[in-house]
Ligand binder design. Structure first.
Ligand code: PLP
Length: 394
């Protein structure tokens, strides 16, 4: 009889969103007249911008005409999109050749798939609280996981020290769930560590478009030496509302070499074996994001989410609750009042004011006692939720 991958038995039940859904459903069943305000979801609520919609329509029309029709696309991405992304990086002073950019169907796919590049004996460091996929993808591969807890004392931005030992290092900045963003100096210490030890950083930049403080790095490649130790994984999901449209990109410099192997060459080989590329239509829509018109329009949408963040932050300031995030990230991470546990606070908000957030404990043990609000909801719901919070907790 075949033996399945028994590492799946080591996975902890993903009870976070399941529990949230179960608790809210039960509450609504008992209180059908109550209006629930959901600040828990990490999905966007605004539609795709006009430039993207026009590009998608035009690409659909191309597929109807023999001369313009596209079949299989290049596995690593269409040259027009790889070039547009490389140009986008250039505006931040990051010089890439287009064959260092790989187009993907989204960051989630890449965060797990990229592990193919590393030996199973390599250890993996996850800074917690963390996006749950980092741990789960590595548990599935049977890797040793080093959990690095962060907390209020270091602003949820820990740095490596003498004791740090890891081959693969996940860094998410701006962070989900804490909204914390590494400064150049802090991130440089991780880059220097990785270069010194020969580790590889997997830098998740899914929320870079939310950074407004000019001094903060959007890309790890803005740091000295990152090209020899980092892979950047990015996504248009939150930047441009592509959660249901699906498109991401991964940057691997040609200078990233371990044991004489070029990780860029290895990823080309991996992609040409395991994918047949992203559809022409979606890549055309994505290319529109990087035009002047597209950038202007997606920024208008991001401003709406940022205003939601402002509304929640003002409410928390008013009631004197500690939080981080919100300014350069679409998540606000707060300390539950009166030393409440994450799930107790969840139940309290649901019962008293029908506001749904995400208990911090679901992102790792050190998230206990904290709570996440997402700013991706509608401005109306966000405003009402903020008013209810102030009324309850003042
Ligand atoms: N990385 C982080 C930190 C996320 O929060 C998410 C989605 O919420 C993703 C990656 C996944 O993005 P995508 O929709 O591109 O798969």
């Amino acid at each position: 009889m075949i033996t399945p991958n028994m590492h799946y038995a080591d996975l902890k039940d993903s009870y976070l969103f399941y529990n949230i859904a179960g608790k809210t459903k039960a509450y609504l069943a008992e209180n059908p007249d109550k209006k629930l305000l959901r600040l828990g979801i990490g999905d966007v609520s605004l539609p795709l911008c006009d430039a993207v919609i026009k590009a998608l329509h035009s690409a659909v029309d191309d597929q109807a005409i023999k001369e313009n029709f596209h079949g299989y696309m290049p596995e690593c991405g269409a040259p027009f999109l790889r070039e547009a992304i490389a140009e986008h990086y250039k505006k931040r002073g990051v010089m890439l050749s287009s064959d260092e950019v790989f187009v993907s169907s989204g960051a989630s796919d890449e965060l797990g798939d990229i592990l193919d590049l590393f030996d199973r004996s390599s250890s993996c460091l996850v800074i917690e609280p963390a996006y749950p996929a980092y741990v789960d993808a590595n548990v599935m591969a049977g890797r040793k996981i080093v959990h690095l807890a962060s907390g209020k004392e270091n602003g949820f931005l820990p740095e490596p020290d003498e004791a740090t030992q890891a081959d693969i290092i996940y860094i998410c900045s701006p962070n989900n769930p804490t909204g914390a963003v590494f400064s150049r100096e802090q991130l440089q210490r991780w880059v220097d560590y990785a270069n010194e030890k020969g580790s590889v950083i997997l830098f998740d930049a899914a929320y870079e478009a939310f950074i407004e403080d000019e001094s903060l790095p959007h890309s790890i490649f803005e740091l000295n030496g990152a090209e020899t130790c980092a892979i950047e994984i990015c996504s248009l999901s939150k930047t441009a509302g592509f959660t249901g449209t699906r498109l991401g990109y991964t940057v691997i410099s040609k200078s990233l070499v371990r044991n004489g192997m070029s990780l860029n060459d290895m990823w080309v080989r991996n992609r040409t074996t395991k994918t047949n590329g992203v559809s022409y239509i979606i890549q055309k829509g994505a290319a529109a994001v990087f035009t002047d018109e597209g950038i202007c329009q997606i920024n208008d949408n991001i401003k709406i989410y940022k205003n939601n963040a402002k509304v929640i932050m003002e409410a928390l300031d008013k009631i004197g609750i500690w939080y981080c995030g919100g300014k350069n990230a679409p998540y606000i991470w707060l300390k539950c009042p009166n030393n409440m546990g994450s799930w107790d606070f969840f139940d309290y908000l649901l019962k008293e004011i029908q506001v749904v957030g995400t208990p911090g404990e679901g992102f790792g043990a050190c998230g206990e006692g904290y709570f996440r609000f997402s700013t991706f909801g509608s401005p109306e719901d966000t405003k009402e939720a903020a008013e209810r919070l102030v009324k309850l907790l003042s």
